[in-house]
Design a protein around this ligand. Sequence first.
Ligand code: DGY
Length: 323
Amino acid sequence: MSAKPRLLVARNVFTPVIDRLREHFDLEVNTDDAVWSRDALIARLQGFDAVFVTTSEPIDRTLLAACPQLKAVCSMAVGYNNIDVPACTEHGVLASNAPDVLTETTADLGFALMMAAARRLAESEHYLRAGKWQKWSVDMMCGQDVHGRTLGILGMGRIGQAIARRGALGFGMKVIYHNRSKLAPEIEQPLGARWVDFDGLLQGSDHLIIVLPYSPASHHLIGAAQLAKMKPTATLTNVARGGIVDDAALAQALSQNVIAAAGLDVFEGEPAVHPDLLTVPNVVLTPHIGSASIPTRMAMANLAADNLIARFTGGRPPTALNP
Ligand code: DGY
């Protein structure tokens, strides 16, 4: 019997998924769940045929050159800005991500953050817990309405469309979106969704949600100049990637009420959070939990496992990124 391929699981993953992988691989798991730097990962990966990664492991040309035995890099995340896919392809390494299975769960969180920002949920809760609630008042914690308002979506992919469905069908919102390309009428029409240019999105949205992949082209797409174009009553929510929003500029805009509020699940340089964001009251902050429901995280991990197993058993990896 030939030896099983060697798999490094670079973060601590659910036991049933590990048990499944163990049937096919001689594996080692990062049970401490430490986040390894690229150099630490290179050192650990020597002699391994495959690696199971998340959003935190940088897979670049240097790593691929230093790990010539590597044949597969399979991520349980949908976003893959940490993986150099063309370099993987050049090295003959399978790269895969985990799309679809987290769409609805991430859309739920995006919608929840938008609602929390609009209705000042975090501020209200802190106020109550701090013992500041002495009486009901007419203007206490008044925020913005969500129902019937204009929902703006930057990046109308799978998650953007799922958020649009929530807004249009559940809350009677008008949907505008900005995307590289206009969607097909059969997608737009049931949602009443309308493509607008970037400025039209900034100016027209009551609640703007970012669901765009991160790339050098989307770096700081939302900064001071863009925030200044938004309505002073608007909210901004980011469930995509840190770095798309200039966090320092956003903190300043929030403190000066350039926009009403924000909801952020992702941050530049996370898990570090810009200190100014921690002190402004009108922002709701969550630690990158967009896909964090147990069934969804299990499905994501199992999809990464499906790709790994297919690669080494002659099957077709279901969500390969290589062309
Ligand atoms: C992803 O899959 O890209 C998410 O950001 C992780 O939840």
